[in-house]
Each structure stands twice: as C-alpha cells, then as structure tokens.
Design a protein around this ligand. Structure first.
Ligand SMILES: NC(=O)c1ccc[n+]([C@@H]2O[C@H](COP(=O)([O-])OP(=O)(O)OC[C@H]3O[C@@H](n4cnc5c(N)ncnc54)[C@H](O)[C@@H]3O)[C@@H](O)[C@H]2O)c1
Length: 384
C-alpha cells in the first residue's frame, strides 16, 4: 500500500472531514494507496480546533500557523487547502510552486481572474496532480445517473434542473461569518459557495451553458457580528439562473435552471438534480438521499415514475454492505478515494468516478461571472 503524506491547510469544517475520511480508510478494501496526515496549518492554533487534530490524528508531525512553513516541509507530498475564498489564489499557487499535489476547495478562486491565475499555475506545473473538492457526485444515486448519461439513456434532453438549497441563513439573528462578507466570500455570494456543487453533474455530462439570465437576491442585508454590532451583509443570499444549455455531441439546446439559495425555507442541505429526456428521466434530492426516481418511457406507453432504493453501490468499493444507506461523510470518503486513485493510477474507473477538474471550475466561473452581469443589467448574457 502506497502512502501519500498530506498536509491540511485550513482546519475548519472541511479540514476535519478529510481527517475523518483518512481515519476510515479501512472501509476501502481495494485501494492500493492511502492518505496519511502529517501536517496541519491553521491561522490560529487555539483549542479546541487544533486540539481535536492533535487528539485524533496520531500521524501528525507538524502544526503551524504559517502555510509556507507547511509547504516547505519535504515530507508533505500533497495538500488539501480548505480556506476562505479570498485565499485560494495565493495558497493554491504557492502549493503548486512548492511541487505539492493539490486538492483545492471550490469555487477554486474567489472570482474569474483568480481562477485564471490558478489555471495558469497548473499549466506551469504539469507534474502536480490537481482536483477540486465536491462530494455529491459520489452519492450512489448520482453515480447511477452518471451511468445513464454515459449510456445515452435519456434520449433527447428536454430540460435539466439542478440546485443546492439551504435554510442556514433564514434566521436573521444568525451572526455574520466570512461566507457573508464580500471581501472573503467574493461577489458571487451564494453562487460561489453553493453553485460549484450544483454544476458538477451538468458539467461532467459535457453540457455547456451558452447564456444566462440571473436573478440574485440579498434578503437579509444586515447581520450582527461577533461583538453584537449590526454590520452590512452584502453577499447574495439566493440566486436563480436560467440558461440555454448545449449538449455538444448532439448540438441540441435545452433549458437549464440552477438555483443556489442560502434562504430556502424548509431546506437543510438539499443538493438536487433532475434530468428530463424523451426516453428517460431521473431525479435525485439529498432530502431523500437514498432514493433515485426514474421514468423510462416507451413511445405511446405509460409514464411511470419508479423509485429505486439505493444503498452503498459506490464507485470505490467499500466494506460496508451494499444494502446499508449512504450519507455525506461517505460521499466525502469516496471523493478522497477518487483523488488518491487517480493520483496513483492516472485514471478513474468511469468518468463520474472522477473529482471535479480544474477545467470544470473554469466553466462555472464563466457562468457565475455572466450571471452577475445579467442580474446587474437585467438582461441575458452570453457565457464566454
Ligand atoms: N465541499 C464542501 O461540501 C464544502 C463545504 C463547506 C465549505 N467548503 C469550502 O471549503 C473552504 C473552507 O470552508 P470551511 O467551511 O471549511 O471554512 P471554515 O471557516 O470552517 O474553515 C476555514 C479555516 O481556514 C482557516 N484559515 C483562515 N485563514 C487562514 C490562513 N491565512 N492560514 C491558515 N488557515 C487559515 C480558518 O482559521 C479556518 O479554520 C471554502 O473554500 C469553502 O467554499 C466546501
């Protein structure tokens, strides 16, 4: 078993999820490569955040608040960088300069120019393996949708609807955090935060947004800060996009809606995708994460939605029984399996078993940049 020694930069929510996934590697009996976390970096080294890592990650050798110190560690082969969006460009580029393989976080640059700079850095360092974190494509039901797409099972695509809905900011008394501050989260607001996840399946399918009409809302324009002061909350809470989407193989164009909402009453963490086609349709929502609804249509026949109860039918085999239900931490484990498998073997078992690529991030940056302009102008903008 090959071991890849990792450093984590940014020990927040996602850094902890990676540490937990690495600790559950025994779930993956066919992997010939595994991660070992040897270094962590966080802006502050205060308890309890850092103590949690020290307590649970027995392989830890370096703890620092200076990311350059971690990148200078020759024992670190790969890094997971999970920091606020304004730091992506600088941290990702320096990680590449130091020759580390990189799992970056979305949106992979706070804006399009940061994304351009990161992509240029990747070109300068072809020996570094680089992917972007996004786990929802690894849900068994989504893997099945991927297999249907690869088999061209949908026929002509009629319409696709994708989105990611949260109610996390419905409470106007919730304190502001970096994700609600323009400087740290960026002008995309909820689009940069939630939109990349919603784009994963459409972009992996090879569909290309041609244009966009976007309506963006700032529903709670002020919030309390840590000191209880009322400060402005400038980021977009909700976004609804309507696009002409092109399927390059057939040249057909169909409507695509993308919704990312921080203020969606009744929702918690609902990533969804619905694909309607002339021969088959499918829909999946994290609200019923172990169900996949499929309608297969024969001309003149009945239109019957059927429900498949999904279990643990995963891209990277798990010791967990196939009949056991699957959850977000399982998807994160599968995502890391995909990263390490591709790093080791240079390819993945199927196209939907691959982590998001830097090239896919370019497409969502084009879309979100056009969406900002569409909202500002009240018009439809070409995605170029
Ligand atoms: N894949 C997902 O489902 C998912 C979910 C949430 C967030 N994210 C992404 O992960 C990234 C981090 O988000 P999060 O929710 O983990 O945020 P977080 O606030 O929980 O954690 C970010 C961490 O980065 C640290 N940090 C800030 N500045 C730093 C610096 N200069 N040097 C070192 N560390 C620094 C902070 O102290 C904090 O611990 C973002 O890009 C976000 O979009 C992804």
């Amino acid at each position: 078993m090959r071991t890849v020694r990792f450093g984590i930069i940014g020990c927040g929510m996602m850094g902890r999820e990676f540490a937990s996934a690495a600790a559950r590697w025994m779930h993956l009996p066919q992997m010939t490569v595994r991660p070992e976390i040897v270094a962590i970096c966080n802006r502050t080294l205060a308890a309890p955040k850092i103590d949690w890592f020290k307590e649970h990650v027995s392989t830890l050798e370096q703890v620092t608040s200076d990311y350059r110190e971690l990148l200078g560690n020759p024992d670190v082969e790969a890094v997971y960088v999970a920091v606020p969006h304004h730091l992506h460009e600088e941290f990702y580029l320096e990680a590449l300069e130091s020759g580390k393989h990189l799992m970056g976080e979305k949106p992979f640059g706070i804006d399009r120019s940061a994304n351009d700079a990161i992509l240029a850095g990747i070109e300068r360092h072809p020996d570094c393996f680089v992917r972007c974190a996004s786990q929802f494509i690894f849900f068994p039901a989504v893997q099945k949708i991927g297999a249907m797409l690869e088999a061209d099972a949908f026929g002509r695509i009629i319409e696709v609807n994708a989105g990611f809905l949260h109610c996390s900011d419905l409470n106007p008394d919730k304190r502001i955090n970096w994700k609600r501050v323009l400087e740290f989260n960026g002008a995309y607001g909820c689009l940069g935060d939630l939109g990349p996840h919603a784009c994963t399946v459409p972009l992996r399918a090879g569909w290309v947004p041609l244009n966009v009409r976007a309506v963006l809302s700032n529903i709670v324009p002020e919030r309390l800060d840590d000191q209880g002061r009322r400060v402005s909350c400038e980021t977009w809470d909700n976004a609804t996009l309507l696009c002409d989407m092109k399927a390059p193989n057939s040249g057909e164009v169909f409507p695509f809606t993308l919704k990312t909402q921080r203020i969606a009453p009744g929702q918690k963490n609902n990533w969804y995708i619905e694909i309607l086609g002339t021969q088959a349709s499918a829909r999946f929502s994290l609200n019923e994460a172990n169900a996949l609804d499929v309608l297969e249509y024969e001309p003149g026949g009945e239109q019957t939605w059927g429900r498949i109860n999904m279990g643990h039918e995963v891209a990277y085999r798990s010791i967990t029984s196939e009949i056991f239900q699957f959850g977000v931490p399982d998807a994160i484990l599968q995502m890391w399996a995909a990263f390490l498998y591709e790093l080791e073997h240079g390819d993945v078992p199927s196209s939907f078993a691959r982590c998001v690529t830097p090239a896919e991030s370019v497409l969502w940056h084009r879309l979100f940049t056009a969406a900002l302009q569409s909202h500002a102008d009240g018009s439809t903008i070409s995605v170029t």
